[in-house]
Each structure stands twice: as structure tokens, then as C-alpha cells.
Design a protein around this ligand. Structure first.
Ligand code: APR
Length: 178
């Protein structure tokens, strides 16, 4: 499923972020940038040790929830990886929605700074961090769509969704937003 917002195309696909080429591949990292499970594990496994080495060298103190940092992409089919940190879900009244939107906005902002034209993003916080899926999808799609409408210089932003259930939630969110 896809929809044009301004000059940018927002695309939803089911798949594995490490297997889809883009200028930048988005990761769902933790504030320590220490690697972990989920898409973080897949990216480090497929990208190789140089990614964690760069994180340790350039971002030794990590980055807070709601922000992101970029590294090279190692053996992944990309030029960069954007390590975005979403919030841990703690009930919804600890600033989680703004932090989740911030993680996506940081990823888009870094992509623009680096001159990327295509970007993939996972469903940040919707896994180990426990964010309710439909709320996470609405924030993800709404944040990216509004940024594209406002002129974010990206040709294509693709959400790579790891299960039919996650894809369906994002399709509902995109149908409601467009
Ligand atoms: N490609 C794309 N999406 C994936 C992949 C993959 N290879 N593997 C998992 N996912 C999906 C999950 O199914 C979920 O929908 O990514 C989404 C985010 O889940 P997590 O990876 O668990 O990320 P998050 O919920 O943001 O939690 C981040 O978990 O893996 C650790 O180091 C990470 O501490 C951090 C925390």
C-alpha cells in the first residue's frame, strides 16, 4: 500500500529491514545504542561489527529516547543506518507519544541533512518497548506523512513491517490519514 504526500511517496511493505535497499535504513535502537534484539539485532547481524564500533566511537554516551543518530551501514544494502530511539511504553502519560514522534522526526531530519532520497523505517517501539500497535502506527504514519507534506526532501519513505498484523495496523493508519 502507498500514498503520495507532497513530493514524497509513503510506502508500507511487509518484510525484513535488512533485506530492503535504501539510501538509509532505519533501526529501532535503545538509548545506550548498545544493540539488542528485534530489528536492532538483525541490523547488527547483517551489517557487521563496524556499525557497533562506530556507535561506540562516535556516540559512546548514547542518545535519549525521541532522538536518533546515523552511522555507516557496513554490509547492509544502504549508505547509512539511522539508529532511532523510541520510548518504552509506560501507560501513555509519560510523554511517550511526543517521544515516538520525535524519534521519527529525528530520523527524517538526519536523512535530509545527509542528502538521502530513500529511507526505510521499522515500527519503532511497537516490539520490545510495548507501545500499543495501533497508536504506534498512527503516530508513525501521521508524523512521516505530515513531514512529507511539509516538504521533507525525500522521494520515498518505506515502513518495513515484520508481520501481517503490524502491516494491517499501518494500513489502517494510512487509510485513516490520507
Ligand atoms: N525488520 C523489520 N522490523 C523488524 C525486524 C526486522 N528484521 N525484526 C523485528 N522487527 C519489528 C518488530 O516486530 C516490531 O514491530 O520491529 C518493530 C520494533 O520492535 P523492536 O525491534 O523490539 O524495537 P522496539 O520495540 O523499539 O524496542 C527497542 O528492543 O531490540 C531491542 O535494542 C533494542 O533495546 C531496544 C529495544
Amino acid at each position: 500500500m502507498e500514498h503520495q504526500f507532497g513530493a514524497g511517496l509513503l510506502v508500507l511493505v511487509e518484510g525484513d529491514s535488512t533485506a530492503i535497499a535504501a539510501d538509509e535504513i532505519g533501526n529501532a535502537a535503545n538509548a545506550a545504542l548498545a544493540g539488542g534484539g528485534g530489528v536492532d539485532a538483525a541490523i547488527h547481524r547483517a551489517g557487521g561489527p563496524e556499525i557497533i564500533a562506530e556507535l561506540r566511537a562516535r556516540h559512546a554516551f548514547g542518545t535519549p529516547a525521541g532522538t536518533a543518530v546515523a552511522t555507516g551501514a557496513g554490509a547492509l544494502p544502504a549508505r547509512w543506518v539511522i539508529h532511532a530511539v523510541g520510548p518504552v511504553w509506560r501507560g501513555g502519560d509519560h510523554g511517550e507519544p511526543a517521544q515516538l514522534a520525535g524519534a521519527y522526526l529525528s530520523a527524517l531530519s538526519i536523512a535530509a541533512e545527509l542528502g538521502a532520497r530513500t529511507l526505510t523505517l521499522p515500527a519503532i517501539s511497537a516490539g520490545a518497548y510495548g507501545y500499543p500497535l495501533d497508536d504506534a502506527a498512527r503516530i508513525a504514519v501521521g508524523t512521516v506523512a505530515e513531514s512529507l507534506r511539509a516538504g521533507a526532501p525525500l522521494e520515498r519513505v518505506t515502513f518495513v513491517l515484520y508481520s501481517p498484523r503490524t502491516l494491517a495496523a499501518f494500513e489502517r493508519a494510512l487509510t485513516a490519514f490520507r
